[in-house]
Write a protein that binds this ligand. Structure first.
Ligand code: HSE
Length: 428
């Protein structure tokens, strides 16, 4: 039997406690699968006295994550603190500097500092693994780096924020407005401490930036993404989309089109009958497309104690087995700089707006769209009040530039009573 693999776990929240539980409950299984005992030398968290419902007395305690990361009896530093700066970043850097392997669930850290950390880890000859950072329990990093290693990846898509998917599907199933369901999420504890990370699309954007780097061999570049949250989606949008056979999802799409790299995390319409359209509640789904494999769909819990700790342990087991892979699938020094596309792939769009209810209002909007070169597929008024007329337009395929030009020209018509909401209709 080889020597044990000794962990130092920083952060004893939901995922940290879940990781300790797996190590305690599945010790024999982990040893059988990796050929080594997996042990915990030390842990650290903000409060030592809190009752976490798990046995911690056998492990040394460190108040400081950096001290934990550099202990002599730690082979793998497991970072479950979170945040792209502060103690998480300092401790990961310290661990790599001290020659320790690192396992992290920290999507923000990787999205913002992935390139520098990957270069440092590869130069130091240590692993930096992060399966738990993207889509919780779904083994999507392994799918891309290992299972699909023989494919050129053509597109990556996904619903990767469970809270947003819960909000959108709950609005639809219960006919509730956004604010009511947002409050429900607060009560259920679904929201991040800063809810903008969820509903503003930032958390899901971090995950997409990481997947795109692996899929397309580029440096992680969160700033190259177009990000839009779900805050402006109304129950009307959801009901109108449903009426046309669509569902609204906060959908990430990354692809390398002939025009360059495109990546966006935005609310989109997807066909109701598609796997993404059928995804209910706080579940995640990632769709990967490769030149040989075609399309594969991975579905599962994107958060929570068991699923996220399961992903942490997959990385720990790989390190125990001695699996040595570049952080983003190819050596960090060879990752290319993202060449952002100058134009998105053309698409049909859903547009909702309110017009002042006066003669010729619809005609003026239609004419602005025509002047921008946009062809209208469907147009209708619904739920009329005495002064304002809600209007829905579905376009034929058009460029985003043409759509933006039309939207920019609308206020000058004098008939627009609210800013239009524009949602891409994604083809799957
Ligand atoms: N808040 C995230 C979600 C989980 O709702 O999916 C952690 O990334």
């Amino acid at each position: 039997m080889s020597t044990p693999l000794r962990l130092g776990i920083a952060g004893l929240g939901t995922v940290g406690v879940g990781t300790v539980r797996i190590i305690q409950r599945q010790a024999a299984l982990l040893t059988a699968r990796t050929g080594r005992d997996i042990t915990i030398s030390a842990v650290s968290a903000r409060s030592r006295d809190k009752d976490r419902g798990v046995r911690l007395g056998d492990y040394a305690w460190e108040d400081d994550a950096v001290a934990l990361a550099t202990r002599d009896d730690v082979d793998v530093f497991v970072e479950l603190i979170g945040g792209d700066e502060g103690p998480a970043k300092a401790a990961v850097e310290a661990a790599i500097g001290a020659g320790k392997h690192v396992v992290t669930a920290n999507k923000a850290l990787l999205a913002m500092h992935g390139q520098a950390l990957a270069e440092a880890a590869e130069a130091a000859g240590v692993a930096l693994r992060y399966e738990a950072a993207v889509a919780g329990g779904i083994p999507v990093i392994k799918a891309l780096t290992e299972g699909l290693a023989g494919n050129e990846i053509t597109r990556v898509m996904g619903v990767m924020n469970g809270t947003c998917n819960y909000i959108l599907t709950r609005m639809q199933s219960a006919g509730l407005d956004y604010d009511t369901v947002f409050k429900e999420c607060e009560e259920l504890g679904y929201l991040e401490a800063d809810p903008t990370l969820d509903v503003g699309g930032i958390d899901a954007g971090h995950k997409l930036a990481i997947l795109a780097a692996i899929a397309f061999g580029t440096r992680v570049d969160y700033d190259a993404l177009t990000i839009e949250g779900i805050e402006r989606i109304t129950i009307e949008d959801i009901e109108q989309a449903a009426d046309m056979g669509y569902r609204i999802k906060l959908l990430g799409v990354a692809q390398n089109s002939g025009r360059g790299f495109e990546a966006r995390m935005t609310p989109c319409l997807v066909p109701e009958s598609s796997p993404l359209g059928q995804l209910e509640g706080p579940t995640n789904m990632v769709v990967l497309e490769g030149d040989s494999v075609g399309q594969i769909v991975l579905r599962g819990a994107g958060a929570g104690e068991g699923p996220t700790a399961s992903a942490v342990m997959a990385d720990v087991c790989d390190i125990a087995r001695g699996l040595d892979l570049p952080v983003f699938g190819v050596p960090a020094s060879s990752l290319k700089t993202v060449q952002a596309s100058t134009q998105d792939t053309p698409s049909a769009y859903y547009l909702r707006m309110e017009l002042f209810d006066k003669p010729g209002a619809l005609a003026r909007i239609a004419s602005v769209m025509g002047e921008s070169g946009i062809s209208i597929d469907r147009m209708r008024q619904y739920g009329h009040s005495s002064e304002r007329a809600p209007v829905l337009i579905v376009t034929h395929k058009t460029s985003k530039d043409a759509l933006d030009a039309a939207i920019a020209a609308m206020p000058a018509t004098g008939v627009l009573a609210s800013d239009p909401v524009a949602l891409r209709i994604e083809t799957l």
